[in-house]
Design a protein. Structure first.
Length: 96
C-alpha cells in the first residue's frame, strides 16, 4: 500500500483500513477454507553463529545442523539479520 506522493487522497492509515485489512482478512479466510496452510511452530533456544549472510544453527556438539541465508539491505548500512549474532570467527556461540 502506498500513499499518493502528491499528498492528495487517503492517508496510509486510511488505506490500511479500507484496502489492507480487507485483503488480509480475505487471504486468511481463503487459507483456512481451502486448507492451503497448516501452521505449526517449533520454539526453543538454539546455539548459533553467523558467517556472512548466513545464520548457522548448531547442535549440542557445535556441528552445523542447518543454516538460514538472509537478504542484505540494498542501501544504508547494508545490514542483514545474521549481523546481529556472534560471528563464527569469534570462537563464541550465540543463541537464537
Amino acid at each position: 500500500l502506498k500513499q499518493v506522493r502528491t499528498g492528495e487522497g487517503p492517508s496510509y492509515e486510511e488505506l490500511v483500513e479500507s484496502e489492507g485489512r480487507p485483503r488480509l482478512r480475505g487471504l486468511l479466510d481463503r487459507l483456512q477454507t481451502e486448507n492451503l496452510l497448516e501452521a505449526a511452530v517449533v520454539h526453543g533456544y538454539f546455539p548459533c553463529v553467523s558467517k556472512g549472510d548466513d545464520l548457522i544453527i548448531l547442535d549440542e556438539q557445535g556441528i552445523e545442523r542447518t543454516r538460514f541465508t538472509f537478504p542484505r539491505q540494498r542501501r544504508g548500512r547494508r545490514l542483514c539479520l545474521a549481523d546481529f549474532f556472534r560471528p563464527e570467527e569469534s570462537g563464541e556461540r550465540d543463541v537464537v
